[in-house]
Write a protein that binds this ligand. Sequence first.
Ligand code: PHE
Ligand code: CO
Length: 276
Amino acid sequence: MAADFTIDQGWDRYTDTDHALWRTLYDRQSKLLPRYAARTFMDCLSRLDAGDGVPDFRRASDMLEKATGWRIVAVPGLIPEGAFFDHLANRRFPVTNWIRKPEEMDYLEEPDVFHDFFGHVPLLLHPVFADYMQAYGKGGQRALGLGRIENLARLYWYTVEFGLIREDGQTKVYGAGILSSAGETPYAIESPSPNRIGFDLERVMRTRYRIDDYQQTYFVIDDYDQLFTATGVDFGPLYERLAGPPEYAPADVLPTDKVYTKGTQQRVLGTKTAAE
Ligand code: PHE
Ligand code: CO
């Protein structure tokens, strides 16, 4: 492994089983996209032409680089925050090289190549989103120095991983964590359980999230410009405020929220009852 935690993808080492599993995952998600995904995501995904098997990062990078200046680098899994931010700040997106086992089709504890590539790489072709990701990397380096990573990580979580977007009067998915999951994709849009709330930077950065189940709240942006503009301000004063209360629980709805859907939270309540 290199000092920046990158490795060779080792594309030649993927087996027929690996490629077949990729195709199964790809086809399953692709069927869901027209109904649930943002138009921008689908357009960008089709440009990647990645449906045949685990993509070769070199080939995808050459195409990506021409479009928005991003490249993909292979990593063995989650890497330290500092290295991750440095890659993003330099328009390099780290993608895990291994693919899940067939018995892990629906549940994974860590991101694999399907989550990282299928979920994250398409929007790197979108000029505004591509700039947002780089700005996030630079912001991460700054937040590390200021000790406010937890707040910034919430922004990533509720946008890059689990973000929703308005499109022609409807709510659609652009977050990678949702779009790489066959269960959470319909849930995020159709389930009465979660809240769907208009994006507000400080509200999001004060809101804890859960990593063990589908989200209890999604935040909805109007478009990628809104996201880029809202986060383009100096976070210095904001970080000072964020050092103090309040902090919100994952299911909270506030009087100041722009509520698209107030969730029933039946998924969580149901789980609780079943366990009792
Ligand atoms: N504007 C932020 C700062 O001053 C940086 C940032 C941009 C963070 C975009 C996240 C996303 O720290
Ligand atoms: Co991810």
